[in-house]
Design a protein around this ligand. Structure first.
Ligand SMILES: NC(=O)c1ccc[n+]([C@@H]2O[C@H](COP(=O)([O-])OP(=O)(O)OC[C@H]3O[C@@H](n4cnc5c(N)ncnc54)[C@H](OP(=O)(O)O)[C@@H]3O)[C@@H](O)[C@H]2O)c1
Length: 327
């Protein structure tokens, strides 16, 4: 079968290659999925560029991609939760990475039926970003009437998070650049802040929650705009100590700067490191079928143009999800 593979660490254009490889084998709990579409995520190209070497070690060549939608074509001997022909989607676990390929084997406990009203391309864009948004917002207990700022509302995670937070009854502020303001408003955000012309810290403050999808100074500045006892939930900033322990960083300590910011506001600070979860995928399917969440697809590339798809995603300007279609 054909697969888009990482052949070395380095620049995207030199480090990815379409190769002919063996179809994956199945463990007893796995299903074999014929891939219809895969979606791309920043973690994919960060791995190619070698930024995650210490956390995720790769054996080259390694097929790229975590998000997939497709059709079940084979079942391991212990699988009884899916039938041949089921239309499914998943964020595959680390050890089964490799969704930008004709087939992928996946532990069936991490798979769900795709939303009935979504195309394969739309469905492929939902797992990683949807699970991330749900876990990051639920980790700080988002609830009705919370005033929430979601950074980068036009990104893969942000565009899902806005819709999820609105479905939970929150009051949503979000940041994006001028060209994206109108369509991000259409996702339901109450106040879209154009970061090219406005200072988000003047518009959104005394917040219950800041969802930091950008990291760097955005993580620290979040503490200026939460209320006393407010919450900062990050997917791009440094770990909190509890999460660091779970990630195997036993001696990790918060920096003095971050510890002081947390203490001064009596704040809750949490890093979410997204975990595959079929139950939450089922929630996403229901929300999409009920019309609470609309999948946001930016561009669809053919498999043959997969490297261009990654080059586009890595510009950091994607509007929703970038998809590779296998058909
Ligand atoms: N911890 C985890 O488990 C986890 C999971 C998923 C993702 N992540 C990380 O979270 C980050 C976001 O992921 P993603 O998939 O949403 O990325 P993405 O789709 O590539 O984000 C692109 C979007 O970011 C917006 N953006 C860039 N700079 C901005 C700024 N200064 N202010 C507001 N918007 C800005 C861009 O809008 P404009 O063109 O309008 O600027 C663009 O629409 C990445 O770093 C990713 O690695 C972490």
């Amino acid at each position: 079968m054909k697969a888009l593979q990482i052949i070395k660490y380095g620049e995207i254009k030199d480090s990815l290659s379409i190769n002919e490889i063996e179809k994956p084998s199945l463990k007893p709990n796995d299903i074999l999925v014929e891939v219809k579409a895969a979606s791309l995520n920043p973690i994919d190209y960060k791995m190619v560029e070698g930024h995650l070497k210490d956390m995720i070690s790769l054996n080259f060549p390694s097929t790229i991609g975590f998000d997939v939608s497709g059709v079940v074509v084979e079942r391991g001997v212990a699988v009884n939760n899916f039938e041949i022909g089921d239309e499914v989607y998943s964020r595959v676990p680390q050890e089964q990475m490799g969704t930008v390929a004709e087939f992928v084997s996946i532990n069936s406990d991490l798979v769900a039926k795709k939303p009935k009203n979504s195309s394969f391309e739309e469905a492929a864009g939902l797992p990683l970003t949807g699970l991330t948004a749900i876990q990051a917002l639920e980790n700080v207990g988002i609830k009705e009437n919370d005033r929430v700022l979601i950074h980068a509302g036009s990104g893969g995670v942000g565009s899902f998070a806005i819709q999820y937070a609105k479905a939970k009854g929150a009051i949503v502020y979000t940041t994006t650049s001028s060209k994206n303001v109108d369509w991000v408003k259409a996702l339901g955000a109450d106040r879209v802040i154009d970061y090219k012309t406005e200072d988000y810290k003047k518009v959104a403050n005394n917040l219950d929650i800041v969802f930091d999808t950008l990291g760097n100074d955005y993580t620290f500045d979040a503490f200026e705009i939460i209320k006393e006892g407010g919450k900062v939930t990050t997917i791009a900033g440094p770990p909190d100590e509890e999460t660091a322990k779970k990630m195997g960083m036993k001696d990790y300590k918060l920096t003095e700067k971050l510890a002081t910011l947390i203490e001064k506001k009596s704040a809750i600070y949490k890093l979410t490191w997204m975990q595959p979860d079929a139950k939450q995928l089922n929630t996403i399917s229901s929300m999409v079928e009920d019309g609470d969440i609309k999948p946001i697809v930016d561009l669809i590339y053919s498999f043959e143009n997969g490297i261009d798809a990654y080059l586009y995603l890595a510009t950091g300007r994607a509007k929703g999800k970038v998809i590779i279609s296998m058909s």
